[in-house]
Design a protein around this ligand. Structure first.
Ligand code: NAD
Length: 248
């Protein structure tokens, strides 16, 4: 029996990077996947094909995770297509890095909306389904900079720290209904998000990481599988770092 056999997972921002790796790994472990991203583009279409080829039900929906009405509509559609939702991964995220001196109001607002408001909108929409079934696992993709802060990322760090407060509150609020809520705090993971950084900055990060390399999206997906499955049935309200000991 596979770890997620018969379960349905919703993953936001899954067309690329960590979200995509989680979707594929969950599918390899038997889950049906309802994935979202901003557009149903070539990345979304190829993910959908890959999921179906793994023998599970897989669909990618174009939906903005930070828009309240869109999330309500999406969840209704997923329930109609898949029957239920057992796992929610709030993964969609962006950066707009800038020193505070130069950070614009738009850069602040957008990062808080996409990274933090989306966790509220999606969790609120999905909780109805999980409450009905008295079971669920919610996983929020935070960051080590949400725990420790980072110069030039006040907006991003604040959004990721906010996600941790949300994660712990929901664990306490919904625990009595057998709904678990945990956060993952990745360190430096090699994806499009970090691919924008200049080579010298990347090397600078690697020198600060005790394992002396960036992590892969698949290495984050392995921790997400643990939190999504019954292997973590007594783990809730926690933040698990996946950072090669960058932050201890
Ligand atoms: P990525 O940029 O490769 O992928 C993010 C995906 O989210 C993209 O496909 C994008 O289109 C989608 N997205 C953006 N806004 C959206 C919205 N409003 N609604 C739906 N989808 C949206 O990023 P990644 O590196 O895979 O990061 C995934 C998550 O992990 C993010 O929350 C990020 O903050 C977090 N994280 C990443 C790293 C890293 O080093 N890469 C480190 C710590 C945390």
């Amino acid at each position: 029996m596979k770890l997620l056999e018969g379960k349905t997972a919703v993953i936001t921002g899954a067309s690329r990077g960590i979200g995509r790796a989680m979707a594929i790994f969950f599918a390899q472990n038997g889950a049906n996947l309802a994935c979202t991203d901003l557009a149903y583009d070539e990345h979304a279409q190829s993910l959908e094909k890959e999921l179906v080829a793994l023998g599970v039900k897989g669909k990618v929906y174009a939906s903005d995770a930070s828009d309240f009405a869109s999330c309500e509509k999406l969840v209704d559609q997923v329930v109609s297509d898949f029957g239920t939702i057992d796992i929610l991964v709030n993964n969609a995220g962006i950066t707009r890095d800038q020193l505070l001196m130069r950070m614009t109001e738009d850069q602040w607002d957008l990062v808080i909306k996409v990274n933090l408001k989306s966790v509220f909108t999606m969790t609120k929409a999905v909780q109805k389904v999980m409450l009905k079934h008295k079971s669920g696992s919610i996983i929020n993709m935070s960051s080590v900079v949400g725990v420790g802060g980072n110069a030039g990322q006040a907006n991003y760090s604040a959004s990721k720290a906010g996600m941790i407060g949300f994660t712990k509150s929901i664990a306490k609020e919904l625990g009595s209904r057998n709904i678990r809520s945990n956060a993952i705090a990745p360190g430096f993971i090699i994806t499009d998000m970090t691919g924008q950084l200049p080579e010298d900055v990347v090397q600078g990060w690697y020198e600060k990481i005790p394992l002396r390399r960036g992590g892969t999206a698949e290495e984050v997906a392995k921790v997400a599988l643990f939190l999504a499955s019954d292997l973590s049935s007594y783990v809730s309200g926690q933040v698990i770092s996946v950072c090669g000991a960058m932050q201890t």
